[in-house]
Design a protein around this ligand. Structure first.
Ligand code: B3K
Ligand code: ZN
Length: 876
């Protein structure tokens, strides 16, 4: 496999003005005729016209109507090269493809009874020969011919132009998309599907038809996605001034899908799990995620489709920005505080680990072997933080000026992250030169804070140092421009003034954003009447690690008094972590464990805070995950972490049982029908956190309560919360609950995946053996990515105590599965490898076993480029 470099980018030699695609659909052999009106790019570097194509059977090529002989072009497994072409010409290329043999789920493939496409990043080349690169934008017209009974519904991008019947039971439709687009946004769907329709009137008064297509048995699970779509359309008009631009917007749910969803122009294709929802089958979390993914894909219509990426190194241009947009959308529609906590929690546990591991790469990478491997938490989530920091630096209005300029200036173009930053700079007369290091330097910066208070002069001095660890290929790092939102608190928790020493006027807000742009900087605050407690990085104003020495009392103070709800939560998490790390040290030295009184006191205070938002309380009471604790240790001690976390949970449960009980009862509303809204979601999440603690008391009464909750619940949130807790307790009740659940829900793929996941996450010692059994169950297919993620993925990523079992069984299991998967679906295989990301952070024995597992993969012949790249980077 070959490395592709940003430095080698050249503009395309040939451009496509428009393309006429004809599909003669058949599950085993589909014929694709592509008519390309092309012309030479005067700025282009080469004479030859290079078209990409993989897994294609070529039937014929015509140049301006003349059939070409084999001597007139060159062809390899990946390319078709045409020399000596006129300035302007028409190519007609006929190819054949086999949707039913396509297990990679890229290009045109079969899923159940439907046929659909996935083209991003480089799937279009599996459909026909084409310049498959995002900076070639063309107007697409698509004609689909298919058997009418088998596939009554035929969809593609844009607006429906014409349709008709044919004699042999076939029919045809023609779609036209007036907006020039790169081929990665092309889509086609053929199926026998249920359709739910609605409409939306845009801000300028245009009526848009909205349609959701799903398998017929899911007809009752479309409402939430449709509602989310309308909310998204309104929100983008209000927050960004962006209106929809076609007569119809369609969403199709597909059961076999490599990721969450895809923003194809006017025809979004979704993983069924990210669109279907009813209270009985989907959890609050599912409802929430669906709303954000529907938003995300919709927002791509502007950030991605109207303005697209010049090349795949610019992926974060659309993904980072669009994640940032969907996060603000969710924050506006739900609780902003909860949204921020959950986003940061994700970022820290997944992206920080990526940034600290062998695959660390900048938000704008310099090179890749397989672009599919770069749809990462760094490109998405860190990319979103980078855009968010720009907003913090420029302010809300300045940021909006910047996005307006960006969209206006680049509408219809394929551009770069530099173009994005430039629009921000020019709209605000603000220099972001240094800031751009966030795009080019990998690694998580570390800020170390020191402070000092001069009681006589009333001056508080804050010194911030920054550094960034080396990452593969980048040993030296230059200082970043880091916005540090901060405040000062007095001993009663009130805000203190924030006037810097060289300022004539007092600062008029409780929070101010310091711009840290050197390796070390000192800020002096004057008129500080008493020794303050400093609050740093409010709202997590930058994706960095903050090191500041605080004792347990100070963390407890912040947990109780800090104004910023994110930092209140964060202080609580730091308190948990500080205490748990010290207990881990005790455990390693065989010292008896004792839970510090202060933690019990603080948790009790949280439990008794009547005014607090239940969703926030639920998060305050949730212990840091085993994975996150592991990332805080020099050498991750799996067993100590597992033991200590359980000890803390059990001890809190025993000591605060009465409080958990009271709160459970307060928020358990068995007679109130399910509603999806922030209040009810918050109450359910708090209630279920309490139930988790209550179950940790090992009181049989609580098991009965848990079973009762499962039985009475009218919604999947409460049912699944109960089942999750039951599967951690060996015994007949557990087996009964699992069996009953499956019997009730076996017809529903999304629920069956949840059933697989709860078993994958069980802490009981026979979990892996059971997983192997489940892989033979009719509910599981290794070809279905959702099944693989639900069972294998969840076990390897979120059950660390068993995945890292001392005997190496978890590692061998994963290596075997990856080799099987790589033959079927390289993208899914390579994703699963991610469970080995932090392998060098474990003890020698485990490292040795993980190295062997990785080597057993690396030694295989004919690895996909996907797995090849990751496994070799891990071993490097
Ligand atoms: N743009 C797609 C991701 C495509 C991944 C291809 N391997 C979904 C999204 O981010 O909206
Ligand atoms: Zn996206």
């Amino acid at each position: 496999p070959q490395t592709i470099r940003l430095a080698d980018y050249t503009v395309p030699s040939y451009l496509v003005d428009n393309v006429d695609l004809h599909f003669d659909l058949d599950a085993s052999t589909t014929q694709v005729t592509s008519i390309l009106n092309m012309r030479r790019n005067p700025k282009g570097p080469g004479e030859d016209c290079v078209l990409n194509g993989e897994h294609l059977q070529l039937v014929s090529i015509k140049l301006d109507g003349r059939l070409l002989t084999a001597a007139e072009f060159q062809r390899s497994n990946t390319q078709l090269i045409l020399p000596q072409l006129p300035e302007k010409f028409q190519l007609e290329i006929v190819t054949e493809i086999h949707p039913d043999q396509n297990t990679a789920l890229e290009g045109l493939y079969h899923s159940g009874t439907l046929v659909c496409t996935q083209c991003e990043a480089e799937g279009f080349r599996r459909i026909t020969y084409y310049p498959d690169r995002p900076d070639v934008m063309a107007v697409f017209t698509v004609t689909i011919t298919a058997d009418k009974q088998q596939w009554p519904i035929l969809l593609s991008n844009g607006n429906l132009q014409e349709q008709g019947e044919l004699e042999d039971g076939r029919h045809w439709v023609r779609w036209h998309d007036p907006h020039p687009k790169p081929c990665y946004l092309f889509a086609l769907v053929a199926g026998d599907l249920y359709m739910q329709q609605d409409s939306f009137t845009t801000i300028s008064g245009r009526d848009v038809t909205l349609q959701i297509y799903v398998d017929k048995e899911n007809h009752d699970k479309c409402d939430h996605a449709l509602m989310s779509l309308k909310q998204s359309m309104r929100w983008d008009e209000e927050a960004y001034g962006r209106e929809y631009d076609l007569d119809v917007f369609m969403i199709v749910a597909v059961n076999d899908f490599n990721m969450g969803a895809m923003e194809n122009k006017g025809l979004n294709i979704f993983n069924a799990a990210c669109v279907l929802a009813s209270p009985q089958t989907a959890t609050d979390n599912d409802f929430y995620t669906i709303q954000s993914i529907v938003g995300h894909e919709y927002f791509h219509n502007w950030s991605g489709n109207r303005v697209t990426c010049r090349d795949w190194f610019q992926l974060s241009l659309k993904e980072g920005f669009t994640v940032m947009r969907d996060q603000s959308f969710s924050a506006d529609l739900n609780s902003a505080a909860v949204q921020r906590i959950d986003d940061v929690d994700q970022l820290r546990s997944l992206q920080f680990a990526e940034d600290a591991g062998p695959m660390a790469h900048p938000v704008r990478p310099d090179s890749y072997i397989e672009i599919s491997n770069f749809y990462t938490v760094t490109i998405y989530e860190k990319g979103a933080e980078v855009v968010r920091m720009i907003k913090t630096l420029l302010g809300d209005e300045g940021f909006r000026k910047g996005t307006d300029l960006y969209f206006d200036r680049h509408d219809g173009q394929a551009v770069t992250t530099d173009d994005f930053v430039k629009a921000m700079e020019e709209a605000n007369h603000y220099d972001l030169t240094q800031f751009k290091r966030w795009y080019t330097q990998a690694g998580t910066p570390v800020i170390t804070a020191f402070y000092n208070y001069d009681a006589i002069k009333k001056i508080f001095t804050l010194t911030l140092q920054q550094s960034c660890p080396a990452t593969p290929g980048q040993t030296e790092k230059q200082p970043f421009l880091i916005p540090v939102a901060m405040g000062l608190l007095d001993s009663a928790g009130n805000s203190l003034p924030l006037q810097l020493i060289d300022e004539a006027q007092p600062y008029d807000k409780d929070t101010r954003v310091l711009e840290l742009n050197e390796s070390e900087q000192t800020f002096r605050f004057i008129g500080v009447e008493q020794k303050p407690i400093v609050s740093l990085l409010r709202g997590f104003s930058a994706p960095v690690k903050l090191l500041i020495e605080r004792d347990n009392e100070e963390l407890a103070f912040l947990m109780a008094n800090e104004k910023d709800s994110f930092n209140r939560w964060d202080a609580g998490q730091s308190l948990f972590i500080q205490i748990m790390l010290s207990l881990i040290a005790d455990y390693q030295q065989n010292t008896a464990l004792q839970l510090p009184e202060i933690l019990v006191k603080q948790c009790a205070a949280v439990l008794q805070d009547k005014a607090a938002d239940p969703a926030l309380v639920a998060r305050m009471l949730t212990l840091p995950s085993e994975n996150y604790l592991a990332a805080q240790m020099k050498v991750a001690d799996v067993d100590a972490i597992h033991h200590v976390r359980k000890f803390v949970k059990d001890s809190l449960a025993m000591q605060l049982k009465a409080q958990f009980d009271a709160l459970y009862q307060q928020h358990n509303l068995p007679n109130v029908a399910y509603q999806f809204n922030s209040e009810h979601m918050g109450r359910r999440s708090l209630k279920n956190v309490c139930l988790g603690y209550l179950m940790a008391t090992n009181d049989p009464m609580q098991t009965q309560r848990c079973l009762k909750q499962m039985k009475q619940a009218d919604n999947m949130t409460d049912t699944l919360a109960g089942l999750r807790l039951m599967v951690d307790q060996a015994g007949i009740e557990r087996e009964h609950a699992l069996r009953a659940f499956y019997e009730q829900w076996q017809h529903d793929r999304q629920v069956v995946d949840k059933w697989l996941t709860v078993q994958a996450l069980s802490s009981l010692p026979d979990t892996l053996i059971r997983i192997k059994g489940l892989m033979k169950h009719p509910a599981f297919s290794i070809k279905n990515p959702n099944n693989v993620r639900a069972l294998i993925g969840q076990f390897c990523r979120n059950n660390p105590a068993l995945f890292h079992a001392k005997d190496g069984s978890g590692y061998r299991f994963l290596a075997e599965q990856i080799l099987v998967l790589d033959k079927l679906n390289p993208q899914v295989a390579s994703r699963q490898l991610g469970a080995f990301n932090s392998w060098r952070r474990y003890d020698e024995k485990r490292q040795q076993m993980m190295r062997e597992a990785l080597q057993s993969i690396a030694q295989q012949q004919d690895l996909s480029s996907d797995v090849y790249e990751i496994v070799n980077k891990y071993l490097a």
